[in-house]
Design a protein around this ligand. Structure first.
Ligand SMILES: [Fe+2]
Length: 322
C-alpha cells in the first residue's frame, strides 16, 4: 500500500487546511489497512523501538485529592505481542514517538498526508512534521488539554470519542496558553463539564481522521477496546510566531507582573518579544521551569497481562497527558 502513488491516502484536499482552522475537520483515510499498523506489524514495531523514543504510562489509582496517579515505566523483556496484550488488559498507554525517525519508510506517509492536504507549499507551508503511534487500553482517557503545534489524529484500530472545544475563552485563556508554552505542561487548563455543551464530539473509527483549529482544547475517551491512533504535529511560520508571543507574554506576566495585551505576530512589539524569549531560552531559565520529567518506576509484568512490577522509586507523579 505504501508504495502505491495512484490511490490517495486520504480524502483531504486543498480546502482542508482552511476548513480545519475554522472548526474540526473530519476526513477519511486508509492507513488502517496498512499491515504495518495491524497487530503483527505493531508488535514488530514495538520490538525495534529504542528506549529513548517511547513512553509507557500506567494510569493508576486515584491519588490525593482524587487525581489519578500516572507513572512512567519500561516494557522490560516483553515481546511486542505481550506488550499489546498488556495494554489490552491493563490501564496503560504507549506512545511511540517520532516514528519516522525509527522507521524512515513511515516518513512517506506523513509527507503523503500533508501533500494531499496541499499543506507543504504556500499558503499553508507546514514543516517540522512529527508522527507518533499511540496504543492505549480500553476505557483510557486523555484529559482536557491544548497543544501548541498544529495537530491531527488518525484512528487505526478501535474506537474513541474525542471532544474538541473552541480555542477561545472560557475554554482556553491567554494565560492558560502562556503557561503551556512556559512549562510545557499541556494539562494546566481549567476544565468545567459545562464546557461539553459547546464541544464538537466525534466517535472516531478506523479509517477516520481529524485535524482541528490551532490550540483548540480537547479530551479523549476510549471505548471498551484496544485503541491504536496516529498522532500528527506540524508547524507553520504563523504557528511559530504565535508560540513566540505565548512564551514572551508568559514571561512578562509571571516575572514582570505585566499582563500583556498585544498578541501581534508582526511589528516592533513582536520583535522585542522574539528577543526576550530568545534571551530566556539561552539563559536556561525556561529549562528550570520545565523540569517535570517522570522517573521510570515500573516494568510490565511478563506473567500477568496488564500487570506491572513496581521498581520502587516511589516518586509517582500526578496525572498529565501525552
Ligand atoms: Fe492533544
Amino acid at each position: 500500500m505504501a508504495n502505491s502513488t495512484s490511490v490517495p491516502l486520504t480524502s483531504l484536499s486543498a480546502d482542508s487546511p482552511r476548513q480545519w482552522q475554522l472548526r474540526p475537520h473530519l476526513f477519511q483515510h486508509r492507513l488502517h489497512l496498512d499491515p504495518r499498523f495491524a497487530r503483527d506489524g505493531l508488535s514488530a514495531l514495538i520490538e525495534r523501538y529504542p528506549r529513548e523514543h517511547y513512553a509507557i504510562v500506567h494510569m493508576g489509582e486515584q491519588g490525593a485529592g482524587g487525581r489519578r496517579v500516572w507513572r512512567e515505566g519500561d516494557i522490560g523483556a516483553l515481546s511486542g505481542q505481550q506488550v499489546l496484550d498488556a495494554i489490552e488488559h491493563g490501564r496503560l498507554w504507549l506512545n511511540l514517538r517520532n516514528a519516522p525517525e525509527v522507521v524512515p519508510q513511515l516518513r512517506e506517509l506523513v509527507t503523503g498526508i500533508f501533500t494531499e492536504a496541499h499543506a507543504l507549499a504556500p499558503p499553508v507551508s507546514s514543516y517540522d512534521h512529527l508522527m507518533g503511534i499511540l496504543v492505549s487500553s480500553p476505557g483510557a482517557q486523555v484529559y482536557y488539554h491544548a497543544d501548541l503545534p498544529g495537530q491531527g489524529l488518525l484512528q487505526l484500530q478501535g474506537r474513541k470519542r474525542i471532544y474538541i472545544y473552541p480555542p477561545r475563552a472560557p475554554f482556553l485563556t491567554e494565560e492558560g496558553l502562556e503557561n503551556i508554552a512556559l512549562k510545557q505542561l499541556e494539562v494546566g487548563l481549567r476544565y468545567d463539564p459545562a464546557f461539553d455543551a459547546e464541544a464538537e464530539v466525534f466517535e472516531l473509527e478506523p479509517g477516520q481522521g481529524l485535524f482541528w483549529p490551532l490550540n483548540a482544547p480537547h479530551r479523549i475517551e476510549n471505548h471498551d477496546c484496544l485503541n491504536v491512533s496516529m498522532t500528527l504535529e506540524y508547524w507553520t511560520q504563523d504557528i511559530r510566531r504565535k508560540h513566540i508571543v505565548n512564551l514572551a507574554n508568559g514571561i512578562l506576566r509571571h516575572n514582570f507582573g505585566h499582563a500583556p495585551r498585544s498578541r501581534a505576530i508582526t511589528g516592533g512589539a513582536f520583535h522585542a518579544k522574539t528577543a526576550l524569549q530568545a534571551l530566556w531560552r539561552r539563559s536556561g531559565r525556561l529549562d528550570v521551569l520545565r523540569k517535570h520529567a517522570r522517573p521510570i518506576d515500573f516494568r510490565l509484568d511478563p506473567d500477568t497481562p496488564g500487570g506491572i512490577i513496581d521498581l520502587g522509586s516511589a516518586l509517582a507523579n500526578e496525572g498529565h497527558a501525552a
